[in-house]
Design a protein around this ligand. Sequence first.
Ligand code: FAD
Length: 461
Amino acid sequence: MAMTADEYRTLSFWHATLPGSLEPRPPLRRDEQVDVAIVGAGYTGLWTAYYLKSLSPGIRVAIVEAEIAGFGASGRNGGWCLGTLAGSERILSDPARRDPARRLQRALFDTVDEVGRVCAQERIECHWTKGGYVCVATAEAHREQILHDVETWRALGFGEDDARWLTPEECSARVRCERNLGGLLLAHCAAIHPARLARGLADAVERLGVAIYEQTPALALEPRCVRTPGGRLRADTVVCATEAYSRTIAGQVRRLVPMHSMMIATEPLPEAAWKEIGLASRETFGDPRRIVVYGQRTADDRIAFGTRGPYFYGSGIRDRFDPGFAFFARVRRTLESFFPIVRDFEVTHRWGGPLGVPRDWRPSVGLDRSRGVGWAGGYVGEGVAASNLAGRTLADLILARESELVRLPFVGPPFPSWEPEPLRWIGVGGLLRIGLALDAAELAGRRTPRLRGALWRIFVH
Ligand SMILES: Cc1cc2nc3c(=O)[nH]c(=O)nc-3n(C[C@H](O)[C@H](O)[C@H](O)COP(=O)(O)OP(=O)(O)OC[C@H]3O[C@@H](n4cnc5c(N)ncnc54)[C@H](O)[C@@H]3O)c2cc1C
């Protein structure tokens, strides 16, 4: 049974606080022909449509969305518009690819401002505030990790304006958390209200002439055609922008693993509490735990905070969680370990959602012109900014523009397949448990091996 507008509001704190109606747009009810058909109205699909229409106003673009725009991770995330890309450290550490990797990194940094620019231009009120990301060392091992990261940024040619070490005093001037051994300030991060961005972007692309068919699931991707329950959408190019949900399309169950990330939001905190916590510039905050913890001060003075969640057997996807679901208590305890004062306040919202993890931990953007198929995603939980860069790049690829973007080293082949079950469950679940155990040991002051790079990308969000 299709969800109602009221049910969509219960998906997350962000959906609950969206202005305007969540009444679904009409579905596709007959066969249609366009130039570009996009499957999925999350950031990837919407940004691709936005840049296609901005660059080539005459192009016919339509989006089919199984639920409503912003239903997936794009409406439910931590709201960190962060200028990094999962897996990019592997490209950056390869001397042969150093220059393209630096260009990719600079493009990602600039993308944070590009999102802010489009929001201002299109009047998307998503509370975009660029306060940077403060990664606090809450254990000695974190301090070593962060110092190593700062050295790496420097060696790659990025300056203090991009990323710098904060002494414990400098750190607590921004984020006053219980344990503070110093930290990293990454300047290129803005806090946003994620669902406002997704919904605002959907309105913006509609204004540009893109058709969005909601409650229209793609059942199968056929050659130059998307099959849906109400009709076929034929197109020269079909873009698959379903990320963690790709398994819902025939034949794609092993394409991207859906990992879940779990979030809570507190009630609005009074000024006295903010004096203790900091975050005066709405910095996003976390520490270098393997399971990745991420928080922001919302525009209405709550803390929205999350950490990685479970993988469900068979690449199962859950969009709604019982408030008693065990992970939420862990998320709350973790938040309290940063700021004990939050114990005095209520948690008003609890939610979670899936993010897409590719088998090689490498996000990919690409176009197979001979088959008329385009793709982007696999951001491993770092897709808010990256999906903008991916959408711009995909638009250039489709329009055959010889831009700088199409030469960036995240343009590549389609995602390799994951192993069949039960291997996925054993592998992904096992790594998660190991990560949790190693994090706990580090927080207790013990030394653990820190595998830098691909293996631990699973712990991102
Ligand atoms: C809880 C959580 C916290 C996160 N925090 C952050 C963060 O702070 N910063 C960050 O950078 N990243 C974060 N991420 C990751 C980020 O949200 C994603 O990388 C990004 O939103 C992916 O966008 P997308 O458009 O590719 O996918 P999605 O937003 O998931 O969009 C896919 C869309 O496809 C639709 N769909 C699915 N199946 C079909 C079908 N068969 N036919 C048609 N449509 C279909 C879905 O309904 C959905 O709307 C987080 C993710 C989660 C879940």
